[in-house]
Write a protein that binds this ligand. Structure first.
Ligand code: FES
Length: 140
């Protein structure tokens, strides 16, 4: 598989600045009983193919990256590269991969398997389900 790299500056990679933003509407998500629930009406970032958001803070036990894939399904990952820097991940446009925002660019396939870079392990994918206007990501 040809690996594509996200177009990021050296300093963005050096400081681990992810391309993916947090939701523009901060109250679009809640976390309870091991589930991250996103109100998709309040998360327009996840309506376009390739769109993504990162969820972190509050009661959420792990950082979570959610991507709306080319197949129009949602994929979610523990947003923590398994390489030593444990930087955040971003989707790579036009692919089904996610990539570490650091200089080493560890890259994972849609199932979380590492396909490039120094990361020693896969990233954890989380199950997703759409219920009406709600996306539910099961974290534990
Ligand atoms: S922290 Fe991801 S490649 Fe180093």
């Amino acid at each position: 598989m040809e690996i594509k790299f996200l177009d990021r500056s050296f300093f963005q990679r050096l400081f681990g600045t992810p391309a993916t933003s947090k939701p523009g509407t901060p109250d679009c998500w809640t976390y309870a009983d091991g589930k991250l629930t996103v109100n998709l009406k309040k998360a327009p970032e996840l309506k376009k193919i390739g769109g993504a958001l990162r969820f972190e803070g509050g009661d959420l036990p792990e950082r979570v990256l959610v991507v709306f894939g080319k197949d129009k399904t949602y994929r979610a990952y523990k947003n923590r590269c398994t390489h030593i820097g444990h930087r955040r991940l971003d989707p790579v446009p036009g692919t089904d991969t996610v990539q570490c925002c650091s200089v080493n660019k560890s890259t994972y396939d849609q199932n979380g398997k590492k396909i490039y870079g120094p990361a020693p392990k896969p990233v954890t994918p989380y199950p997703t389900a759409v219920k009406g206007n709600r996306l539910v990501v099961t974290i534990s």
